[in-house]
Design a protein around this ligand. Sequence first.
Ligand SMILES: NC(=O)c1ncn([C@@H]2O[C@H](COP(=O)(O)O)[C@@H](O)[C@H]2O)c1NC=O
Length: 510
Amino acid sequence: MSTAFISVYDKTGIVELARVLSQARIDIISTGGTARLLKNAHIPVQEVSDVTGFPELLGGRVKTLHAKIHAGILYKRDEAQHLKEIAELGIPQIQYVIVNFYPFTTAIKKDLSTEEILDFIDIGGCTLARSAAKNYPHVTVVVDPTDYSEVMHQVQTMGSTSLVLRKKLAFKAFNLTSYYDSQIARFFQEKFHIRQFPPESSIPLYDYSPLRYGENPHQHAALYGDFWNYFQQLQGKDLSYNNILDIDAAVRTLLEFPAEKAVAAIFKHTSPCGIGMGNTVTDAYLKAFETDRESPFGGVIAINKPLDSSLARLLSEIFVEVVIAPEFEDEGLKLLQKKKNLRLIQVCFEKLPFPRFVIRSLFGNSYLLQEPDTILLDQDKIEVVSLRKPTQKEIDKCMFGLKVVKHARSNAVVFSDSDRTLAIGSGQASRVDAVRIAIEKAKREGISLQGSAIASDAFFPFPDGVELAAAAGASVVIQPGGSVRDKEVIETANNHNMAMLFTHIRHFLH
Ligand SMILES: NC(=O)c1ncn([C@@H]2O[C@H](COP(=O)(O)O)[C@@H](O)[C@H]2O)c1NC=O
């Protein structure tokens, strides 16, 4: 006679499954609440405490953690010594384990004390699942109610489950227990302020959303995590992998700026096309757009204030893939809704937490992890290295450019005014090329760089980039400094009567 062990927190569908097992002449052992439910449904069930001879202890902290239960799951059905021990000790032959865990992940989202949260860490259930999954050649483990129907079907038609199904379910069990534990580890890491990278790391991936494809149509892709807690799609086609990257880049850039001002960020392929700041979102958008009117085609536009009808009218004139705003005023929304495919995304700035890590995958099972670049330059820490001191206006221009260059791919430079980008050169293997590209773009757009600031994400290795910037009209340079040729670079700035500021903070972005 085989036995099923059932202990579930989420009791959805459990009565139906238990009935099918019982009808297939499978005995059922169960824990307190589950046993009560099954008894009420007139399904024969034995309480775990009757099997172990121990009551459920410590208010439920210990109920299934017993040799009789785990030996009954773990014994090898084809090993004589195991069979002998089982028979001698009157251990039940458990062939099915149906279990799901205390909802730890839900508990941590609630306003509970640490002590209360600890009570949501399931020990016995995870141990049952691990024992059963280890012995999958003989035991069926079910941790997900969506698998009940397949198990019921196989039991009803074949009298037991197939090895193929048991393997799949064993994978699901270990996948779930490792995910469950990774959530607990993450909770402890945050609670106990353990900031360093541990020698082993498990990163919980949850709330899977399928994506149509990845960066290109032939690449499979998925989104995991709580992205949708902070973003809501109001209309338009599903977000693509590339859209999500651009949304992330644009919104992160907006977070650099003071919340009082309206700021607009236009991004394409994670590169800023233009950033503007003004009294209204339209004003901010126009400043951003004028930087480069060619590149925003097919890009994303993010603003930090409600989108009104005036901006909606302007956005209706161009082709963009995504518009992101904290709110969409009715009139503006109606105008943009005419473009059925346009994705409109509402962002909740107040809730947005910074990511804990930046993760990149490498060959094999190798990953690069780093902290995100969240450092903000303290204006007082700027070092003036040129003979000429910058004016306050020049410092303001530098600070604007610095906030943007941090979010442009390296090597990157940004020519800016105090409220807008004038030209951006990014993603170059040489810094001087980034400067050349920015100057070319400004020419194309008919933008004067006279009196502009140039911000650089890393030091100028040679004076050439500064020479070009001076020739284009820049009057002030902000850069980290730190090159072996800093002296020559500073001299070049002095020769052109430019002010030069060192930040001592590099902002590479690869
Ligand atoms: N402590 C134990 O030995 C133990 N064994 C099983 N559980 C959990 O108890 C829950 C079911 O309890 P009940 O049947 O009383 O509603 C399940 O979520 C199961 O994962 C346990 N609880 C916590 O670890």
